[in-house]
Design a protein around this ligand. Structure first.
Ligand code: 57M
Length: 356
């Protein structure tokens, strides 16, 4: 909003020129979201605690000490993210609204799930089928919004292969839906230890901040041979705000957590990463950037398949973070090591742009 309000006066007040720059507005968005999440955090924790804490699953690792921890802390991230984006982004960007729409839509779905769990005191919530239906519907809306964009180009970008860009055509739509829904559920599965999900989400957002800025900058996109997607520079501001809000949330979610993000956070943040990937056409690179989420999801799929086929478990418990818990690793050690793997994967993804 400030972009629309103040840039027209840049002729008169030269200092207002700074509002033209995405770099400045991205930093400002991060600081605004961080400030807002610090401001609202304590109040929100009190309100969520009064609502009722996290119901725990019957089986599972020794998490009893976590019973009653307030959940739905994702509201803190989404609120500070939304205010900050509305304040600092160029609201004429279709790319931005597509990502924002999925993020808020998935957040609403997650809120409904969390609220039901907290009110009923059970970890059941909305049925898995019901959640999947709404996730697919919202993802389909986003995919069609992108596909019908006049500037849409259906070529698939494959890491390390500059010349190999198969034309997807209408196949882009089911691929985009799969990427968005999978990313959302993968982050949801990963959110099982204090700080475990928000760390890799912020690292992935930092990577998409750079990729979105590049895709929105014709010269840089050409230099890096990535798809030029008009308006995706505003995703850098979205990512800045997401990182700012995420840091504020982490202040309270770090071990021992005073607050869990809930499905309202996990589904929304995963949906945001998935939608950013399909908007700037880095669907495959997302699997590298979000590698921790992929590994966690694969561990569950392998565990269930192995148990069904052989009656034996591959891991002491899935997702993988519980396997390390069962091995006796301290919770914080697991979390920081998953962050380190995330950083390595993000750097590998960025370097793949030059290694082709
Ligand atoms: C999402 N939710 C956490 C919190 C968070 C098919 C099966 C793999 C599904 C999976 C599942 O249901 N996962 C749901 C993970 C839960 O966290 C809440 O959920 C929100 C995210 N959606 O924001 O509100 C618990 O995680 C802990 N937690 C923290 N700190 C945090 O910052 O300590 C969360 C955030 C919280 C808290 O204890 O209550 C969760 O784990 O449920 N199921 C599982 O993940 C279960 N795995 C399992 O059953 N494995 C089986 C088969 C099915 C693969 C096996 O290995 O044989 C594990 N999770 C639990 N108990 N709680 C193990 C059993």
């Amino acid at each position: 909003m400030l972009y629309h309000l103040l840039v027209p006066f840049a002729e008169t007040f030269g200092a207002f020129n700074v509002f033209r720059y995405i770099t400045f507005r991205t930093a400002a968005a991060a600081l605004t979201a961080l400030f807002l999440s610090f401001l609202l955090g304590p109040w929100l924790i009190r309100r969520l605690a009064a609502l009722g804490g996290q119901p725990l699953r019957e089986i599972g690792p020794d998490h009893d000490h976590k019973r009653g921890t307030p959940t739905m802390g994702g509201l803190l991230i989404l609120l500070s993210l939304l205010v900050s984006v509305l304040l600092w982004a160029d609201l004429g960007s279709r790319a931005l609204w597509t990502v924002l729409g999925v993020t808020l839509g998935y957040g609403l779905l997650g809120f409904a799930d969390d609220y039901r769990k907290v009110r009923e005191g059970s970890s059941a919530g909305i049925s898995a089928r019901g959640k999947l239906f709404w996730q697919c519907l919202l993802a389909l809306a986003a995919a069609l919004l992108i596909y019908t964009d006049p500037g849409f180009d259906g070529e698939l970008q494959v890491p390390f292969f500059k010349e190999f860009t198969p034309q997807l055509g209408l196949l882009y739509v089911p691929l985009a839906v799969l990427v968005i829904v999978a990313a959302s559920n993968a982050v949801n599965l990963t959110d099982g230890l204090d700080g475990l999900a928000i760390g890799p989400v912020m690292i992935a957002a930092g990577t998409f901040l750079l990729l979105g800025y590049a895709a929105g900058h014709v010269v840089i996109a050409d230099y890096l041979a990535v798809k030029s997607v008009p308006g995706s520079g505003q995703l850098a501001i979205f990512c800045g705000a997401l990182i700012g809000g995420g840091l504020g949330f982490l202040w309270f979610n770090s071990y021992p957590a005073q607050l869990f993000m809930g499905d309202v956070g996990a589904l929304a943040l995963g949906g945001a990463l998935g939608t950013m990937a399909v908007v700037i056409r880095q669907e495959i690179l997302l699997a590298v950037i979000g590698g921790v989420f992929v590994i966690e999801t694969l561990s569950v799929m392998l565990q269930v398949a192995s148990f069904r086929l052989t009656g034996k478990r591959l891991f002491l418990m899935a997702p993988l973070h519980h396997h390390f818990e069962k091995l006796g690793w301290a919770e914080q050690k697991i979390v920081v090591r998953f962050w380190i793997v995330s950083i390595v994967l993000a750097l590998a993804a960025l370097s793949s742009l030059k290694l082709r």
